[in-house]
Design a protein around this ligand. Structure first.
Ligand SMILES: [Zn+2]
Length: 108
C-alpha cells in the first residue's frame, strides 16, 4: 500500500460518511414536521428514533474526526505508526480500519 492509496481510501470513507450525514439530517427534519400531527405515543416513538439518529450522527462525527486525523498523519508521514509507542501498526489492522492510530499492544 502506498501513501497515495491510503489517502484515496480515507477520502472515499470520508465522502461516504458525508453523504450519509446529509441524508440523516433530512430524516431528522421529517421527524420534526410529523410531530404536530401525531399522537402522544407515536411522538414518543419519533423522539426515540430521533435520539437514535442523534447517536448515530455522533458516531459518524467521531469517525469523521478519526479520518481527518488519519489524513493528517499521512501528511506528516506518520501514518501507519502507533501514536502511543511509535511502532508500526500491522498492515492487516490498517486494512480493516485505516483510521486506527494504535498498534495492537497499545489498543489493549
Ligand atoms: Zn503502540
Amino acid at each position: 500500500m502506498t501513501q497515495a492509496r491510503w489517502e484515496e481510501l480515507l477520502q472515499d470513507l470520508k465522502q461516504e460518511l458525508e453523504t450519509l450525514n446529509s441524508s440523516a439530517s433530512g430524516g431528522r427534519d421529517a421527524v420534526e414536521l410529523d410531530q404536530s400531527r401525531v399522537g402522544r405515543l407515536s411522538r414518543m416513538d419519533a423522539l426515540q428514533g430521533q435520539a437514535m439518529n442523534n447517536a448515530i450522527a455522533a458516531r459518524r462525527h467521531n469517525k469523521l474526526l478519526a479520518i481527518e486525523a488519519a489524513l493528517e498523519r499521512l501528511q506528516e508521514k506518520e501514518f501507519g505508526y502507533c501514536i502511543k509507542c511509535g511502532d508500526e501498526i500491522a498492515l492487516k489492522r490498517l486494512e480493516l480500519d485505516p483510521t486506527v492510530a494504535l498498534c495492537l499492544n497499545c489498543s489493549k
